[in-house]
Design a protein around this ligand. Structure first.
Ligand SMILES: [Mn+2]
Length: 337
């Protein structure tokens, strides 16, 4: 769910959507109330400090828990003194100052990225219980997946799951957009979730069989073995995938073709994965001409913020957009999580 924020009345709209998510996830009073305040404050922050921006709301499930992720993206003046802004009670706009400090306090996961003069991205997650059950893998994954303007159904899709040895990540783009594209994307997500292999090539082959009855899709799968420091990758069609390190960007090539209709061969490639590596996969709703220079310090932030910024700054207007970013968690302590 995406809300274009241009004035304070959008806080009401955001609260209505938040209430729908709370209902859907059976939230109890604490998360329900927290989410309502978080979206209200996030919208009013955008209006007060940037004038306009975008709020993305989505629900997610994780192990035995579930929650709602709220992301605010703007291209306003940015925040000069972040430490002061994060204090509960502080406000430069002369109001009660419940803003960022309240959002941080009420969220189970909170992160922010701001560049003076270039805008701000805020991530706030409210979980059904506040005992967050983290993935054992030590990998953080952040995704933005938004349908083309005017469509309810997203023709893109994605997946992330763990097996005994690997973390598997997938992005799919059903041909075109709208309901038929969405049908292909949902089928690819189903195959990805149901598969019992760590091999990207085998998952693509299974998807190829399953998507015959659909319009077809571009699809790419990465399989990351953190212990061995290797990533296996296979893709068919136009999904961009790169492994980024502070000084390098390595593209992972896909083969031409359409999953479900014509595949010549599915080839798996192996790449090294280092402690500081970051994976960025996206559909062709995002221009491939991005680079990370305008985002100093983004490395130490939650990957959802990187996904949000690429969506904010490099979306092509005329397509569904999906960006998936994964990187090692800063405080990862392996199996003890
Ligand atoms: Mn597309």
């Amino acid at each position: 769910m995406i809300i274009q924020v241009t004035d304070a009345s959008h806080a009401g709209e955001a609260r209505r959507h938040a209430a729908v998510y709370s209902e859907k996830l059976n939230f109890e009073e604490r998360p329900r109330g927290a989410l309502a305040i978080v979206v209200t404050e996030i919208v009013s922050n955008i209006v007060k400090h940037a004038g306009s921006g975008t709020v993305i709301l989505e629900s997610f499930g994780c192990l035995n828990d579930c929650g709602v992720r709220v992301m605010a993206l703007d291209k306003g003046a940015g925040i000069k003194d972040l430490t002061a802004a994060l204090q509960d009670g502080h406000s430069t706009a002369g109001t009660a100052g419940n803003g960022l400090g309240a959002i941080k306090r009420l969220s189970d996961v909170f992160d922010i990225y701001t560049v003076p003069g270039a805008g701000t991205a805020v991530l706030a997650e409210v979980w059904s219980s506040n005992k967050i059950s983290r993935h054992a893998s030590g990998l953080d994954v952040g995704v933005v997946s938004i349908p083309i303007k005017g469509e309810q159904d997203c023709g893109d899709g994605w997946g992330a799951k763990e097996t005994a040895e690997s973390v598997l990540l997938m992005v799919v783009d059903g041909l075109g957009h709208g309901i038929l594209a969405a049908e292909a994307a949902r089928e690819a997500e189903r195959v990805f979730t149901a598969s019992r292999t760590d091999s990207p090539a085998m998952i693509l082959q299974d998807a190829h069989d399953a998507l015959k009855k659909t319009r077809g899709a571009a699809m790419a799968v990465a399989s990351l073995n953190l212990e061995r420091g290797i990533m296996k990758f296979a893709g068919v069609g136009n999904i961009s995938a790169s492994i980024i390190a502070p000084a390098t960007r390595r593209g992972m090539a896909s083969h031409n073709g359409i999953v479900g209709h014509q595949i010549q061969k599915v080839q798996e490639f192996t790449f090294p994965w280092a402690k500081e590596s970051m994976l960025i996969m996206h559909s062709d709703g995002v221009n491939t001409r991005w680079d990370l220079k305008p985002y100093p310090g983004i490395w130490s932030r939650h990957p959802a913020l990187m996904a949000g910024l690429l969506f904010r700054d490099f979306s092509r207007e005329r397509d569904d957009v999906t960006v998936l970013v994964a990187k090692n968690r800063e405080d990862a302590c392996g199996p003890c999580n």
